[in-house]
Design a binder for this molecule. Structure first.
Ligand code: GLU
Length: 477
């Protein structure tokens, strides 16, 4: 059987959109579960979109996630180079071959003429399609024009009869009438290949067996297939992936402008690589049972591209939070500090704070947060002098007995010399005995008064970490 070879072919735009990374993951899984090769190819033919340093972002994001490529621009391989701009001559060669065989043609239609065609189509309310004006120019005529310095593109001559069919892993059988297909541009007037042409030449030249990419290419795939055939090449398998949308409450396509839509943004918020991979695996695919937690290696074993869902894939932040919290449970305290303390340092002025104090706060909350940056919100009460009570807290504090509890507790706690958790717990008990008030009313009154919240970690531990000064300040307000 032919070796399974998949590729991830990002354009270096400066960030890694989660849709792109999910494509990389699925391509990786398909290769690895067949003992095949996963190839990284950089598609930089659109020089206007090129962003300095973007290739490094691609490398480091994939590497951190464990999606290690077997061939690529940095490590080379049998089909090098793996950067499109370095393969330029290759494309022109094949384009000219097709021209010589009468399967493609030079087109001299300028911007102005094409704009007129587009305007006409708009008026008639029909989709614009190039009308094939230069299709029948003889090669001699065309060469003479080129000699004259006229600008041109090279277009593929789509057959005007027959149908083209392919079987997509996700979308099933797709069939189109060839007559509907536009003579697509293979080589632009600047001599660069279009994506439409380069993808074919590269995928064939790199012996790609399965093309895994976003579903925006489904409708162009019949055109690509006709070009494969015109060149006498085998057509690869196609796995087109549905668009990722944000969870149910929004039907928007998840775009690069969405804060969470890049892997960098997720990592900056303190999500773990393992959780991101796990989440992306489940964004558009499921194993068909209840399991939800998988390592990359487990995914290699159980991923089934035939089970990728056709419907839009939902990226649900709540689900990501749950998955991330499951992975966070496995981290040591030291690893949790690394994930969270930088966020505290970024947000609050902690210059005069003891690192052990910061660690103790994190430890107090480690089971309540689901990603690193969340520490900033849950631990706010340790860094802000004043607390503001929400309506629910205000209501609670109106109850009979609250004033008494706070009064006694304040007096008792002021007496503590040795500010330990034990001593604080004793004061809470004394308050109970003196006031005759216990249970929720006792605990909640104190908690709301000193933390501003109705819920939180162990009360004596929280009070101890807040420190005597801050606690007394809040009690006496
Ligand atoms: N460079 C294309 C993109 O970024 C890749 C499409 C493909 O995988 O063929 O969308």
């Amino acid at each position: 059987m032919k070796e399974v070879r998949t590729r991830f072919a990002p354009s270096p735009t400066g960030f890694m959109h989660i849709g792109g990374v999910r494509t990389a993951l699925y391509a990786y899984l398909i290769a690895k579960q067949n003992n095949g090769k996963f190839i990284l190819r950089i598609e930089d033919t659109d020089q206007q979109r090129y962003v300095e340093g973007a290739i490094e972002v691609i490398y480091s994001t994939l590497r951190d996630l464990g999606l290690i490529w077997d061939e690529g621009p940095d490590i080379g391989g049998p089909y090098a180079p793996y950067i499109q701009s370095e393969r330029k001559n290759n494309y022109i060669e094949y384009a000219e071959k097709l021209v010589n065989e009468g399967k493609a043609y030079y087109c001299f239609c300028d911007e102005k003429r094409l704009d007129e065609l587009k305007a006409q189509a708009e008026q008639l309310k029909v989709p614009y399609k190039y009308d094939g004006h230069c299709r029948n120019l003889s090669l001699e005529e065309a060469r003479a024009k080129i000699k004259n310095g006229e600008k041109y593109v090279i277009r593929f001559k789509m057959p005007r009869e027959g149908i083209t069919t392919f079987n997509d892993y996700v979308y099933g059988e797709v069939t189109v009438d060839n007559a509907e297909l536009e003579d697509l541009i293979m080589i632009k007037s600047d001599g660069m290949a279009t994506y439409n042409f380069a993808n074919i030449i590269d995928d064939h030249s790199m012996a790609i067996s399965h093309v895994v990419r976003g579903n925006e290419y489904v409708s162009s795939t019949p055109k690509y297939i006709l070009i494969y055939k015109a060149l006498g090449w085998d057509v690869p398998e196609f796995v087109h992936l549905p668009i990722i949308k944000k969870a149910v409450y929004s039907d928007k396509k998840l775009s690069k402008r969405d804060g969470d839509a890049t892997v960098e943004a997720l990592k900056a918020k303190g999500y773990l690589n393992e959780a991101i991979i796990n989440m992306l695996a489940l964004t558009g695919w499921s194993p068909g049972d209840e399991r939800e937690l998988f390592t990359l290696n487990e995914l290699v074993k159980i991923f089934d591209p035939r089970k990728i869902s056709k419907g839009n894939a939902i990226f649900d932040v709540n689900k990501l939070n749950w998955i991330n919290s499951q992975y966070m449970k496995k981290l040591s305290d030291e690893e949790i500090y690394e994930l969270t303390i930088p966020h505290l340092k970024q947000t609050y002025n902690v210059n005069d704070k003891d690192i052990e104090w910061l660690k103790a706060i994190v430890k107090l909350y480690r089971n309540q947060i689901s990603y690193g940056q969340e520490i900033v919100t849950v631990a706010l009460l340790f860094f802000k002098e004043d607390i503001v009570l929400d309506d629910e807290c205000v209501e609670f504090m109106k109850q009979d007995g609250v004033v008494k509890v706070i009064d006694i507790f304040s007096k008792e706690i002021a007496k503590i010399d040795n500010w330990t958790i034990d001593n604080i717990a004793k004061v809470i008990n004394n308050t109970k005995e003196i006031t005759g008030i216990g249970g929720k009313l006792l605990y909640m009154s104190i908690r709301i008064k000193v933390t501003g919240q109705m819920h939180g970690p162990e009360l004596p531990n929280t009070i101890q970490l807040l420190g005597k000064d801050l606690v007394l300040n809040r009690l006496l307000k």
